[in-house]
Design a protein around this ligand. Sequence first.
Ligand code: XMP
Length: 518
Amino acid sequence: PVLVVDFGAQYAQLIARRVREARVYSEIVPHTITAAEVREKNPVGMILSGGPSSVYADGAPGFDSEIFDLGIPTLGICYGFQVMARALGGEVAHTGKREYGSTDAELTGDGGTLLTGQPAEQTVWMSHGDSVAAAPEGFQVLASTASTPVAAFGNDERCLYGVQWHPEVKHSAYGQNVLENFLHEAAGIAPDWNSGNVIAEQVERIRAQIGSGKVIAGLSGGVDSAVAAALVHEAVGDQLTAVFVDHGLLRQDERRQVEEDYVAATGIRLVTVDAADVFLDALDGVSDPEQKRKIIGREFIRTFERAQADLVAESLESDGDPIRFLVQGTLYPDVVESGGGTGTANIKSHHNVGGLPEDMTFELVEPLRTLFKDEVRAIGRELGLPEEIVGRQPFPGPGLGIRIVGSVTAERLEVLREADAIVREELTAAGLDNEIWQCPVVLLADVRSVGVQGDGRTYGHPIVLRPVSSEDAMTADWTRVPYDVLARISNRITNEVEEVNRVVLDVTSKPPGTIEWE
Ligand code: XMP
């Protein structure tokens, strides 16, 4: 792999994604990794991410400088660039002069291997306080800006490079090209990582893990669990039984899509468990978001355990082997955001990572644990899954349960389901599905407002529309849905859903808001 060393900024994931867009497999590792650990991973290249601090600040994230002697092609970005400069004998000046946002950079000479083929002047995106004042010996300065004389450097012989700007953000005009020059030209890594290899590699891994054992997969109706189960089915065929838990927190028509369309496409053996009552009971009176998530995560596992017991009892397994493995569609961002990746902060417990009960008896099979959403979709298509499942917008495992602000009841779920179906129908009809990453529809069950309908006063609940545009759910912006579409949605919801008398639009980006309200 190419290792992306995380110095604690939000950028490491973005870098990892961009590397994969260049068709090279990447993995994020913490900055505390040692030279010995790096050697063990045998990377073909390394990229040091940006970070929030000055290299001189107290507690600034450090880095084992012996790693630079391992002969691994390395690119330092922003903070990583300065770490590199300092470790190799260059000079980092604590100027305190911040350079932030779009900046003009000028190539020095031809820009060397790293900036080869790029225009002499270009816009780059900067965010730094300190600057590299002198490049280490043997390094060529490749670019500069008005206030940063050494904005990029390189040493072709040692295959070490650095840029002060952030090539991974789209505001850097030739950013992706910098990464590709580093990976393909400088480090000589072939761009051959694609969904075909991922499938082959995962199938092999899954077979090694499961052997001749029995496995169940939870299907949520979402893309991730559908693709994870299809991958496992590809690997071990009928050793897999998929269990679809109807937890009563589903949207309209989801159950039919799974039970009919998905099964037709994959040939997977599917058992549906009706567990709506169990989930509703467990959630009764609970309105704290983290508690809801934990309860839903726990009940998922409990339901699977019951399903396992039932499956054995019903002698579906004629040899009586217990089912030991459980497939989950955990994605890379879930792992990182739940603090399981590199020691980053726990933002919220994704039900399938931080919310698992400690006494769980299954061994997890998580074939998507290193992948991003768009990669999962590509794999799903390659495996022949129906577009209506692969192309659908992300929907959280805890379902409508975390889209009711307040406690969850059957009546509230029904209200939200109706409103959600209207929103989805109208957004699709307006051709906005590709522009919108997802559009949570949220019922503010504990809020009421006064309205007037016909001749009478109403005292109903607001529905929040949360359409967002995003590349990977790590950051998002609210989507500028045309007013006429919003008007149609609002009209329909307030007319067709009796309990709702107000529709409001969430115009918050992420950060500071998260995509879901809970
Ligand atoms: P947030 O709200 O953290 O959401 O900005 C980021 C993405 O993750 C989805 N999400 C979840 N998915 N289990 C899931 O499977 C969860 O517990 C969960 N929480 C949030 C959310 O819909 C968005 O796509």
